[in-house]
Write a protein that binds this ligand. Structure first.
Ligand code: AMP
Ligand code: GLY
Length: 420
């Protein structure tokens, strides 16, 4: 079968590596891809936002499955456009992608279907939002309703900060994504990411992970897309996994089916695990980046076969098999990330590093024989080992082989799992 992979980051490079192992795969295409993905796939120059062009490419090239990596094309309805023309896709419809595309929708959905999450209120104007903030007090969390590339959430420690966040959002800092604002209670506990494969009516657990969102060591500095991750998450033991499935994932599948928007693809539940058990921080409707780079090297089943089963509504009862081994991913970013990453820095030593760890390209381009940074998050290095400590030692050992003067990485990825 021919497969078209949509996306261009480290997550998609990891997906390409897993798909390339499938005996079902004839040819892999990627749009737009990156130089790492280009070693495994034919890169095609179609605009992902042009749904008709993607459909036409699939028909002309006998594509049997489209795998959509990022959230933007899902929320824009790419899967609907493909399915309307008989092309199978891994990922939710536009209606089901509202779980990520609108935080207000997700919160109202949780309330309706009794899914544990922080108490909230939703506002369309600044004054009532600020009245509510003053009644609730800080700490409190202010979120733009729509997609904001991971920047639309302000965890405010003071009322002033929260009011400033409300003003900024209604002033249009996130465009239409901030026309509606969700304010919710601050949750305490330990964060974890949980991933389940879904076929519209059935969900099976895939894997858990933990990531590090802050740019600096010791969880300091601004939030980023993620500076590193490890899998599995020690807080998600078998008993916790069973609770997450029963209290969050299964009611979500049933609720979305009841609303006429059955969920297919991978459901990513961002969790806060505290004294009352798991609570939902947010839904994502796709694989996480960089969690995927840590999870997929543990997968022992055929990813393409699993994705086809999700797309075709025939997922089995058994959960996919993942290795007991741990994996840990360190993100290498360009200096200045996230505010102003320095472009164009040269990277070398990849082949040496790749002897010890899995190296994926996140944001880089080739120019002649050289590999140059082209984005904020540039590379991901994943080590595998018997436990998180061994996985970290492998990843950091491999990082020592890389040369990239204009880059940096956190040296404390996995600290929570490593501290005694
Ligand atoms: P999100 O984009 O919704 O994942 O939010 C980004 C980060 O903000 C999360 O990973 C949490 O660290 C934090 N966060 C979001 N909502 C809450 C909440 N209700 N309580 C505490 N922290 C939160
Ligand atoms: N690592 C978080 C995300 O992919 O949204």
């Amino acid at each position: 079968m021919n497969v078209l992979l949509i996306g261009s980051g480290g997550r998609e490079h990891a997906l390409a590596m897993a798909l390339a192992k499938s005996p079902l795969l004839s040819k892999l295409y990627a749009a737009p891809g990156n130089p790492g993905i280009g070693e495994l796939a034919e890169l095609v120059e179609i605009s992902v936002a042009d749904h008709a062009a993607v459909v036409a490419f699939c028909k002309a090239n006998d594509v049997g499955l489209v795998v959509v990596g990022p959230e933007v094309p899902l929320v824009a309805g790419l899967v609907d456009a493909l399915e309307d023309e008989g092309v199978a896709a891994f990922g939710p419809s536009r209606a089901a992608a509202r779980l990520e595309g609108s935080k207000g929708f997700a919160k109202e959905f949780c309330a309706k279907f009794h899914i544990p999450t922080a108490p909230f209120a939703r506002f369309e104007a600044a004054e009532p939002a600020k009245d509510y903030l003053r009644r609730q007090g800080a700490p409190i969390v202010v979120k733009a309703d729509g997609l904001a590339a991971g920047k639309g959430v302000i965890v405010a420690q003071t009322l002033q900060e929260a009011e400033a966040a409300v003003d900024m959002m209604f002033a249009g800092a996130f465009g239409a994504a901030g026309a509606s604002v969700v304010i919710e209670a601050f949750l305490e506990g330990e964060e974890a990411s949980f991933f389940a494969l879904c076929d519209g009516t059935r969900a099976v657990p895939f894997a858990s992970a933990q990531d590090h969102k802050r740019v600096g060591e010791g969880e300091s500095g601004p939030n980023t897309g993620g500076m590193g991750a490890y899998s599995p998450a020690p807080v998600v033991d078998a008993a916790m996994e069973a609770r997450v499935m029963a209290e969050i994932v299964e009611p979500t599948l049933a609720g979305m089916a009841e609303l006429g928007a059955p969920f297919r693809g991978v459901l990513f539940a961002g969790l806060m695990i505290g004294a009352h058990g798991p609570q939902l921080i947010e839904f994502n409707v796709r694989f996480g980046d960089p969690e995927t780079q840590a999870m997929l090297p543990r997968l022992e089943d055929d990813l393409l076969a699993l994705m086809l089963a999700c797309a075709e509504g025939r997922l089995g009862e058994a959960a996919p098999k993942l290795s007991e081994r741990a994996a840990l991913t360190v993100v290498v970013a360009a200096k200045g990330y996230p505010a102003a990453p320095k472009p164009g820095g040269e990277i070398s030593g990849l082949d040496e590093a790749a002897k010890e760890a899995v190296v994926t390209i996140a944001g880089a381009r080739r120019e002649g024989g050289r590999l140059l940074a082209d984005g904020g998050r540039v590379l991901n290095v994943t080590g595998l080992g018997a436990d998180v400590r061994e996985a970290a030692a492998r990843a950091y050992g491999a990082l020592g082989k890389l040369r990239y003067e204009d880059g940096f990485f956190r040296r404390d990825i996995g600290w929570r799992a490593l501290s005694p």
